[in-house]
Design a protein around this ligand. Structure first.
Ligand SMILES: [Mg+2]
Length: 114
């Protein structure tokens, strides 16, 4: 039987934790560190895509772009760890929110409380 999504995400989160070396792990400094990392990697992804828009794709474009969401994912998993929750719970909460908005017809628009 293939692993569940929860098992896959738990395995990823554990693997991310095993490669985590940064100051303040387990306290607010660790959460701050991974939050800054998440913002930085999100910016790297946006910047690489910006350059594709400016200069056009190269033979390395796909590989370059695909690497960045992985960096983002590592920081998301680490943020979940710092918050003391599972990556699977983070994913499920997000999907529950989006399904609720889909069913309510409020996927479009803005605001956290749709
Ligand atoms: Mg990166």
């Amino acid at each position: 039987m293939p692993p569940t999504i929860e098992e896959t995400l738990a395995g990823y989160q554990d693997a991310a934790r095993a490669t985590a070396i940064y100051p303040g792990q387990g306290n607010n400094a660790g959460l701050l560190y991974v939050t800054l990392g998440l913002a930085g990697e999100s910016g790297e992804f946006a910047n690489k895509l910006k350059k594709v828009l400016r200069d056009g794709p190269t033979v390395d474009t796909q590989e370059d772009l695909v690497a960045e969401p992985g960096d983002v994912l590592w920081y998301v998993a680490s943020a979940a760890s710092e918050l003391g929750v599972s990556l699977a719970d983070v994913a499920e909460l997000n999907l529950d929110k989006l399904r609720g908005r889909f069913e309510a017809g409020t996927l479009r628009g803005s605001g956290d409380d749709r």
